[in-house]
Design a protein around this ligand. Structure first.
Ligand code: PAF
Length: 280
């Protein structure tokens, strides 16, 4: 595996793959890799001859009071895991390489970015879209893989790729979960044992609400019950919402729907989502 930190060196490596006729899959990450990321790498290896994984903790997607400075950084361990998995390139630019002096561009994807985490974390999806656009232009992959755990992020990236004609096949990979159902996330490392035990209430509350709605129960009541269950379990709820799976706007039962939630426990903000299948 080549570890590359400069755009110019990345271009040379990518050009060599293209000269050999190899296709390329990109897995964008912020590091602190877990089995969820490795599921993306496994899919990437099936999708293309060459796999590039980026690790960049993107300051533009963290709000002023968020966890940028304490976000877990595990460069050595991540690098070893990726080499063992047969990744071709680890793309690991520094902040100055990604955002040199004078950097002034912002990509804002309206609509799909507006609600849910977009409302709770102003500017977050601009930061995500801007860095993902840069990563796409740096690597020029054929395919890019993102986890469904960050469902709104996936929708934002899909919208941007369609709107800006990136010509990249964006694939969502199902959420990987611990044995008790908690979605894998680098931020789970912040949970103390007591909060980790309580955190399972999040996937359970979503599962119960989804089943209720699928069986024809009242969606408003199901969402309210999920919020109450989470509050009783010790969470502070940001949102529990049923939305259209593509636009993330108002849901209609004849279109794919998704149930999304964000809630804090012990100072750690967790997100999760599940599909809501057709009634009947
Ligand atoms: O999902 C993440 O890890 C990040 O939001 C991403 C897509 C790598 C952009 O910084």
């Amino acid at each position: 595996m080549q570890t590359i930190r400069r755009v110019a060196d990345l271009r040379t490596a990518i050009a060599a793959y293209r000269a050999d006729g190899d296709d390329i899959a990109l897995v964008p990450t912020m590091g602190a890799l877990h089995a969820g990321h490795m599921a993306l790498v496994a899919e990437a290896k099936l999708a293309a001859k060459r796999v590039v994984v980026s690790i960049f903790v993107n300051p533009k997607q963290f709000g002023a009071n968020e966890d940028l400075s304490r976000y877990p950084r595990k460069e050595m361990a991540d690098s070893r895991i990726l080499a063992e998995a047969g990744v071709d390139v680890l793309w690991m630019p520094g902040v100055d390489e990604m955002y040199p002096d004078g950097f002034a561009t912002n990509i804002s994807v309206s609509g799909v970015s507006d609600g849910l985490d977009g409302a709770a974390r102003p500017g977050h999806f601009d930061g995500v879209a801007t860095v993902v656009a840069k990563l796409f232009n740096q690597v020029r992959p054929d395919t890019a893989l993102f986890g469904e755990k960050d469902f709104q992020q996936l929708a934002v990236v899909r919208r941007m790729v369609a709107d800006l004609d990136f010509g990249i096949d964006v694939r969502g990979v199902p959420t990987q979960r611990d044995d008790d159902g908690l979605a894998l996330s680098s931020r789970n490392a912040y949970l103390v044992a007591e909060d980790r035990a309580k955190a399972v209430a999040l996937p359970r509350a979503l599962g119960v609400a989804a089943t209720t709605i699928e069986k024809g129960g009242d969606a408003g009541e199901a969402l309210a019950t999920a919020r109450d269950t989470l509050t009783a379990a010790g969470f502070t709820v940001d949102y529990v919402e049923l939305v259209d799976a593509e636009t993330l706007g108002v849901s209609a039962s004849d279109r794919a729907r998704r149930l999304l939630a964000a809630a804090r426990i012990g100072g750690t903000r967790l997100i999760d989502n599940v599909p809501v299948n057709e009634q009947g």
